[in-house]
Ligand binder design. Structure first.
Ligand code: SAH
Length: 434
């Protein structure tokens, strides 16, 4: 069951540690997005924050994710898989361990939602390659759900070199496909719905925080939705307003016993997590969701990032990333009728439970170059330090109910006979039985 990490080598040309790069200074105004939003608001009235966020991030022509390469030093933010190869390797070990916990099915679909540059998938596949004997004859395929054609090209370059091809027709569910150097098939989809059914392990790193949120404000007259409107004093500026009467969302998305005075609800995240849960319940598998977030306690977390700095969410829309903390309690509520939920646990806890310390020792032992050693140590610190990413990021998992089933006592036998206890779920310390 335990997979030894010493089998893995240091990735050649390890990624440079790039968090503390200077912010980019060139302000590129995106007047077309602002124009698009103001003309929409002029014709149909203020838009919900969810509609605003969806347009700004994923509009097929001018959306932030569609147009930009936002990850890295010249971009707007950096993520754990970009900081260190160890991150993706440990996720790879988690995937293998859940595949083993499920009885080593013959087919393994690895499905990643929002793969960014493809670094996490690439590190996971390297672990699969190096632990080929563990996987035996299982047939592995990679399925990437990516809304951005520009990022899909980057992912294809990283994962399949020049081998990938775009689909002939625009409405094909698989809009790009290719093969890794080791011969594993890779397919790209716009929506989770398009990914074929079958035993799958789903991974979503910093994906749910990019999905549109609704914002609601408690008022004397009850819950009201926060909307985005044009500033009456300045034609080219947007501002938040509170809807004068209830909207469909404010009447249906706020919990009856809600005690906060301001809440954010990511309805789209709820739908996606329900799809994941249903697939896992029907076809087997697991999901690993990692993101910054809270357990239904925070209020206003909507923010923008540009050039590694905080950015006003309403100014120059389309030029900055927009994000909101993930409400894990909401995801749990949406999923728990179909699957067992574990976590959230902090990134530090998860990575330590996955053996990051021994992995670091192996890498350091095999590395004599002082600058690479320094880089390894600082990236380890960035990932695990409680004041850096260690406690800001959390891991949450959806598992098939059978994975955590309590051992059954067989009735009517004098000798107590039990089915074997379930294997522990790697990375999560507290197991919740349901
Ligand atoms: N997982 C990567 C990238 C995070 S950025 C990492 O951690 O480095 C968010 C990713 O999700 C990008 O690849 C973005 O294009 C994609 N994305 C955002 N909204 C999406 C949506 N609605 N559907 C599919 N992909 C989406």
């Amino acid at each position: 069951m335990f997979i030894t990490l010493s089998a893995l080598a240091l990735r050649s040309g390890a990624r440079t540690f790039r968090l503390f790069c200077s912010p980019s200074t060139d302000e590129k105004p995106q007047p077309s997005m602002l124009r698009h939003l103001t003309s929409k608001i002029k014709s149909t009235g203020p838009v919900t924050v969810a509609e605003y966020m969806r347009e700004v991030l994923t509009n097929p022509v001018t959306g932030y994710y569609v147009k930009n390469n936002m990850l890295g030093p010249e971009g707007d933010f950096i993520t754990s898989p970009e900081i260190s190869q160890i991150f993706g390797e440990l996720v790879g070990v988690w995937i293998l361990s859940e595949w083993m916990g499920a009885g080593q099915p013959k087919q393994l679909q690895l499905v990643e939602l929002g793969p960014g540059k493809g670094s996490l998938a690439s590190d996971v596949l390297r672990v699969f390659g190096q632990l080929r004997s563990v996987l035996g004859g299982a047939s592995v395929s990679l399925h990437l759900v990516e809304v951005s054609p520009a990022l899909s090209r980057l992912q294809a370059q990283n994962l399949t070199g020049d081998s990938s091809q775009e689909a002939d027709a625009e409405d094909e569910p698989v809009y790009r496909s290719g093969e890794t150097a080791a011969g594993l098939p890779v397919s790209w989809y716009r929506r989770l719905d398009d990914v074929p059914t079958g035993f799958s392990i789903f991974v979503a790193h910093e994906f749910f925080d990019a999905l549109p949120i609704h914002k609601f404000q408690r008022t004397e007259k009850g819950w009201r939705e926060v909307m985005v409107d044009i500033d009456p004093d300045k034609e080219d500026q947007l501002r938040f307003v509170v809807a004068p009467s209830p909207t469909l969302s404010s009447s249906t998305l706020v919990q009856a016993d809600e005690s906060r005075s301001h809440v954010e609800v990511c309805a789209e995240g709820g739908v996606i997590v329900q799809q994941l849960a249903r697939r896992i319940a029907e076809d087997g598998g697991a999901a690993l969701i990692a993101d910054y977030g809270h357990d239904g306690t925070k209020t206003d977390t909507f923010r923008g990032f540009k050039g590694h700095q905080l950015h006003d969410v309403l100014s120059s829309p389309g030029s900055a990333d927009l994000t909101a903390d993930v409400d894990f309690s909401f995801l749990r509520r949406m999923a728990e009728s179909d699957v067992a939920c574990l976590g959230p646990v902090t990134q530090r806890t998860f990575l330590k439970n996955m053996g990051i310390d021994s992995r670091m020792q192996v890498l350091l032992r095999n590395c004599s170059d002082p600058s690479t050693r320094k880089q390894l140590i600082s990236s380890y610190d960035m990932l695990t330090n409680p004041s850096k990413m260690g406690e800001r990021f959390h891991f949450f998992s959806l598992l098939h109910h059978s994975r955590l089933a309590k051992p059954k006592k067989v009735e009517g036998l004098t000798l107590e006979k039990r089915s074997p206890a379930p294997l522990p779920v790697a990375g999560f310390t507290k197991l919740k039985f349901s």
